[in-house]
Design a protein around this ligand. Sequence first.
Ligand SMILES: C[S@@+](CC[C@H](N)C(=O)[O-])C[C@H]1O[C@@H](n2cnc3c(N)ncnc32)[C@H](O)[C@@H]1O
Length: 187
Amino acid sequence: MTHEPGSREYFDRVASRWNEMRRSFFTEEVREEAYRVAGLASGKTAADIGSGTGFITEGLLEKGLKVIAVDQSPAMLEELRSAMGSPSLDCRQGEAESLPIDDGSVDYAFANMFLHHVGSPPVAIEEMVRILKPGGVLVITDMDEHDFDLLLTEQHDRWAGFARDDIREWFLGAGLLEVEVGSVGST
Ligand SMILES: C[S@@+](CC[C@H](N)C(=O)[O-])C[C@H]1O[C@@H](n2cnc3c(N)ncnc32)[C@H](O)[C@@H]1O
């Protein structure tokens, strides 16, 4: 198994503080918009990729979905398990480029603030598309291009956000249809 140098160690180190930290980066508005565009249905299965401590997972469980949460960081997953342990939750340690989830097995894949950490965003997107059932939905919430160098140095971000045209191209290249790229209207 490979991982981005420094990134796993960083998230292992901040895991117990992540729920507090993340509030200064993004709000609940982000996940509500992600759920809305996905058109969630109770009883379906969702993957939360780069789940961290379960910001996205939490709402999915509340809405009656089964969730497979994947993260490179054992400490982040441990925080998630101890906060939200449920028969509907399956936590798996894994990497962006080789997700520990079968082909065509989930109805939805979510990835919040994860893509800017991976070495190859198009490969990570292809991998998330691989696990979707036919007709499944991928929802990625991440940053527009920015110049906050601190995120690259302190948080081990690999990408200073993304150009929306690149995201569209990568989604289409991975075989997705009906691609929408827009703003959540939050920071
Ligand atoms: C900024 S945090 C976001 C966590 C969570 N999605 C949230 O919204 O609070 C990024 C997460 O992605 C995970 N991550 C980063 N690179 C990864 C990779 N290559 N494979 C798997 N997980 C990764 C980190 O361990 C971390 O938990």
